[in-house]
Design a protein around this ligand. Structure first.
Ligand code: NAP
Length: 239
């Protein structure tokens, strides 16, 4: 299976790439720079690296990247700096998802391509009727206006949800929602739910990035897991 991963230099994206390679998959990544990647990853014989800024690539270049891919995974996120949060591109995740989906559509794959988006429990899935308290609503509405990355994460998932049915002919998708991210060295037991079981702002839980990567890899390689979660926004917490 061939998988394109974007956001592969990130704390979660890198773990996803490693897990896919460990499971025998062929992986392509688009990264702005390889500087932060370990040598053994850069030299891996099943890894292809395109050094480019995703949103500056032409449609044709993106089409070439998605060509032949069975799955595309995004672990993109705004860097936690003033420039990353308030500078351009403000819609990094949404615009990347849209452009990758457009490229997949142009490529007209014989089988639907799996699109796995790393998202956040801060994003409500209204189609599941997820309710929140008034104080949560007030805080999220402030975040939406004050912090561009939050609205970007919401819009990216909304784009997939509104454009592609759970069993679309071209793109099937899942938006994985971790709670507060932490770093651990190995995969540990985790639980996956259709909707959050705790308030992500006032009672947030923990999700280790390696578990997020493990679950995203499972969605990609395990068709039974995929059939269960496609068209959904699974919420993942460390057990
Ligand atoms: N923090 C939390 O508790 C939490 C909880 C739930 C969900 N999330 C979400 O999880 C996602 C990923 O988290 P993470 O910690 O793994 O992310 P991260 O380590 O910050 O990685 C972000 C990735 O996005 C890339 N990126 C940033 N700006 C870019 C640009 N302008 N063009 C191209 N690539 C760009 C980075 O590439 P470079 O290396 O080139 O900068 C990096 O590969 C984010 O969307 C975040 O909102 C976070």
């Amino acid at each position: 299976m061939s998988v394109l991963v974007v956001g592969a230099t990130g704390a979660t994206g890198r773990l996803l790439v490693e897990q896919l390679l460990d499971q025998g998959e062929t992986v392509k990544i688009i990264v702005r720079s390889t500087r932060s990647l370990p040598e053994q990853l850069i030299n891996h014989d099943r890894l292809t690296i395109e050094e480019a800024s995703l949103l500056e690539m032409t449609d044709e270049e993106l089409e070439a990247q998605v060509h032949g891919c069975h799955a595309v995974a995004s672990c993109l996120g705004h860097n936690l700096s003033l420039r990353g949060i308030f500078g351009h591109p403000r819609r990094l995740v949404t615009d990347s998802v849209k452009r990758l989906c457009k490229a997949i559509g142009k490529d007209a794959p014989a089988m639907p391509v799996k699109f796995v988006l790393m998202n956040t429990t801060g994003n409500r899935n209204k189609q599941e009727g997820e309710q929140v308290t008034l104080k949560h609503k007030i805080v999220v509405s402030m975040l939406r206006h004050l912090l561009p990355p939050h609205a970007d994460n919401e819009d990216a998932a909304a784009f997939l949800q509104s454009h592609y049915a759970a069993s679309d002919n071209i793109i099937e998708w899942a938006a994985v929602r971790p709670d507060g991210l932490i770093d651990e060295k190995a995969i540990t037991p985790y639980d996956v739910f259709v909707s959050p079981i705790r308030d992500p702002i006032f009672d947030s839980g923990k999700t280790s990035r390696i578990n997020v990567a493990g679950f995203m890899a499972k969605l990609i390689v395990d068709d039974e897991v995929w059939r269960k979660w496609r068209g959904k926004m699974p919420v993942i917490y460390n057990a």
